[in-house]
Design a protein around this ligand. Structure first.
Ligand SMILES: [Zn+2]
Ligand SMILES: [Zn+2]
Length: 283
């Protein structure tokens, strides 16, 4: 297999940085700054949240390791004290989502948080580090390998940090009166719209509608990233309060099915209920 020269790889990477930054921005719900670092013949990337100075928050460095691997390291800048304080006060639900996002990274990527367990890690001081190494079939200079590393490792890592920092989920208050009523309802809409919940839901369950089986990305190609995330079990319908778990409480639905389950209010149709309604009209 021919290997790319550093120059060609950098040019190809430049063409892909827009794609990479839009994927990260979509998955995290935060603006992303991205810089390529030409290291001789090797190309590296630095990624951070664009509303923070590079040394005031988490920064991810992607570097080639050997011929076919990437090493990704997340650390905090020297002036990140304020953000670290903010993160240390993140609610349990956000912490749970952040840990689930990191757990969703494939085992081959060998994620490690030195000195901490993967199911109970915390960001408590500026010494926090998280790193991963991902091996590819192609050269580490290859932009496709870069994109795979971004999708598999960097997007969930940055999304976990965005959740802990608490980047806001913007809700449209007017939409269908969706937010009238209870705090619970507001929480559920917020979870359905949270880009980090969405990312985790799609990483776990894939891009196929759980009700009708449609995969919008197969039907509409690049216009098909319209799958939505539904909160399966509204807390208001539970006999007793139960801890919200993004791994089990969210399901991907196509926009039609999502709209259909919410036609019953306040408690939406369950997916089996919707499926049996659909069955009534198939002759
Ligand atoms: Zn559907
Ligand atoms: Zn829903």
């Amino acid at each position: 297999m021919a290997t790319l020269s550093g120059k060609t790889a950098r040019e190809m990477l430049k063409n892909h940085t827009d794609l990479i930054s839009s994927e990260i921005a979509e998955g995290t719900g935060a603006g992303i700054a991205l810089a390529t670092r030409p290291d001789g013949l090797r190309t590296g990337l630095s990624i951070w949240f664009s509303d923070l100075e590079r040394n005031q928050g988490p920064v991810i460095e992607l570097k080639p390791k050997g011929l076919k691997s990437h090493r990704v390291e997340l650390r905090f800048g020297n002036f990140a004290r304020q953000i670290i304080n903010q993160i240390s006060e993140a609610p349990d639900e956000d912490m749970n989502l952040a840990r689930s996002l990191i757990e969703s990274i494939k085992a081959e990527a060998q994620v490690e948080i030195p000195g901490q367990a993967m199911d109970s890690w915390l960001v408590s001081d500026g010494g926090f580090r998280m790193h991963a190494t991902l091996r590819h079939a192609e050269s580490s200079d290859n932009p496709d390998a870069m994109i795979a590393t971004c999708r598999e490792v960097i997007v969930p890592m940055m999304a976990a940090m965005a959740e802990l920092i608490g980047y806001d989920v913007v809700l449209d208050e007017d939409e269908d009166g969706a937010l009238e009523g209870t705090v619970t309802k507001r929480e559920i809409v917020k979870r359905e719209r949270n880009p980090r919940n969405r990312l985790l839901c799609l990483r776990i369950h894939g891009h196929t509608c759980k009700s009708c089986g449609l995969t919008p990305s197969m039907l509409y190609g690049s216009a098909g990233s319209i799958i939505e995330v539904h909160h399966l079990q509204p807390l208001s319908s539970l006999g007793e309060p139960r801890k919200y778990d993004p791994r089990t409480d969210l399901a991907p639905l196509c926009p039609n099915c999502h709209r259909a389950v919410h036609t019953r209010k306040p408690i939406p149709y369950s997916i089996p209920e919707l499926q049996s309604l659909m069955g009534e009209h198939v002759d």
